[in-house]
Ligand binder design. Structure first.
Ligand SMILES: Cc1cc2nc3c(=O)[nH]c(=O)nc-3n(C[C@H](O)[C@H](O)[C@H](O)COP(=O)(O)OP(=O)(O)OC[C@H]3O[C@@H](n4cnc5c(N)ncnc54)[C@H](O)[C@@H]3O)c2cc1C
Length: 329
């Protein structure tokens, strides 16, 4: 295939992660603006069999690097595998997910390809043939636009849950080319992976998040948020104060040193709204804050604020949602 935009699809435990489809959709918009095609690199164990699926999200051709030794992400193996494909297909831009693995991969890949990297982007555009990407800076306090020097390859990682994802084109399939790659001897190895099998919604992919902070007073009060979350089909998050106090696991932490999330609805309960927390959830599409202090900084970010004691408000709110759901079903 000729000049293209190349996306890197994230394949884990036998399936593509949703963020791969978001990245494909953004890649397609850019490819159309540049008047070129869209290709993908997919690495993993058993990925070749599934790779044609990416065609549903407008990918024309997938280069599949399939090996049982590539079951889990390992930079030492993934970077050379992907770099070889990219060097061979000479793309106009490389777009990948700004997931935990994707941020690591993007940085290493850009260094290896001597490319220019823009991490955690929220928009990619093409103006007069020039690619530009928008990304948060100073922990999300403001946004900057990145441009690339003539001849420099843009490597752009996209923040999950931000880019509009196409509705899948059910009958469309991508052409798949299996790429031979001999997996190198690596200095480190993933020996086992403990997957969360609780069926909990993953924070970075959640459409709704109910998050609790120090105002929750203790771990014994979180079932109240879990109940609300269950009714809403939401994930439960936490502030660092709640995590540092040992009330919630670190995997639940939202913020600068936790996860960056972009749900449609973020409900902050007993969270003051420190800048480091806002860095992780400030770009949520709709923010509701429940806090008894009317001066709490979270209210400056919230679309809807409730100044109330959470212990009296949340149970009533949950009950109202339950009633609403039962009348709707
Ligand atoms: C380098 C660095 C990185 C950091 N990274 C993160 C991060 O990733 N994520 C993060 O969250 N923080 C992070 N922090 C910490 C951050 O600065 C704040 O300390 C933290 O976010 C505060 O958490 P909180 O809002 O739960 O607690 P607090 O600031 O103590 O706020 C508790 C809120 O609960 C309200 N409240 C109390 N009782 C009730 C009640 N009964 N009903 C209703 N409201 C009530 C209070 O009015 C208050 O506003 C970081 C700090 C540093 C220095």
């Amino acid at each position: 295939m000729g000049k293209c935009v190349c996306i890197i699809a994230e394949f884990r435990h036998g399936a593509f992660r949703r963020v791969s489809y978001e990245v494909a959709s953004e890649g397609k918009r850019l490819a159309d603006a540049l008047g070129i095609g869209l290709c993908a690199v997919a690495v993993g164990s058993g990925v070749a069999e599934k790779a044609a699926e990416l065609g549903r999200y407008a990918v024309d051709k997938v280069y599949a690097v399939d090996d049982p030794a590539l079951e889990n992400y390992l930079a030492e193996a993934y970077v050379p595998a992907i770099a070889d494909v990219i060097a061979g297909c000479d793309p106009a831009a490389v777009i990948l997910p700004a997931s935990v693995d994707g941020k690591d991969l993007g940085a290493r890949l850009a260094a290896r390809l001597k490319a220019g990297l823009a991490q955690d982007c929220t928009r990619v555009v093409c103006e007069s043939g020039k690619i530009k990407a928008k990304r948060p800076i100073f922990a999300g306090k403001c946004f900057g636009w990145c441009e690339w020097a003539e001849g420099a390859l843009p490597v752009i990682s996209c923040r999950p849950n931000v880019m509009d994802c196409f509705a899948p084109m059910e009958d469309r399939k991508a052409e798949v080319e299996k790429v031979a790659f001999s997996v190198p001897e690596t200095r480190s190895r993933v020996k086992s992976m403990d997957l969360d099998t609780s069926g909990k919604v993953e924070l970075t992919e959640a459409e709704i998040i109910v998050s609790g902070g120090r105002g929750m007073k203790g771990p014994e009060n979180y079932p109240m948020l879990e109940e609300l979350a269950k009714l809403l089909g939401a994930a439960v998050g936490a502030s660092r104060a709640a995590v540092d106090s040992g009330w919630r696991p670190h995997a639940d932490q939202v913020g600068q040193t936790g996860k960056v999330v972009n749900p449609n609805l973020y409900i902050a309960v007993g969270i003051s709204g420190a800048i480091q927390h806002l860095a992780g959830m400030g770009s949520s599409k709709f923010i509701v804050a429940i806090n008894k202090d009317a001066e709490a900084p979270i209210f400056s970010k919230a679309d809807f604020g409730v100044v109330e004691d959470l212990f009296s408000f949340v149970p009533v709110f949950t009950e109202e949602i339950r009633k609403l759901k039962s009348t709707c079903s």
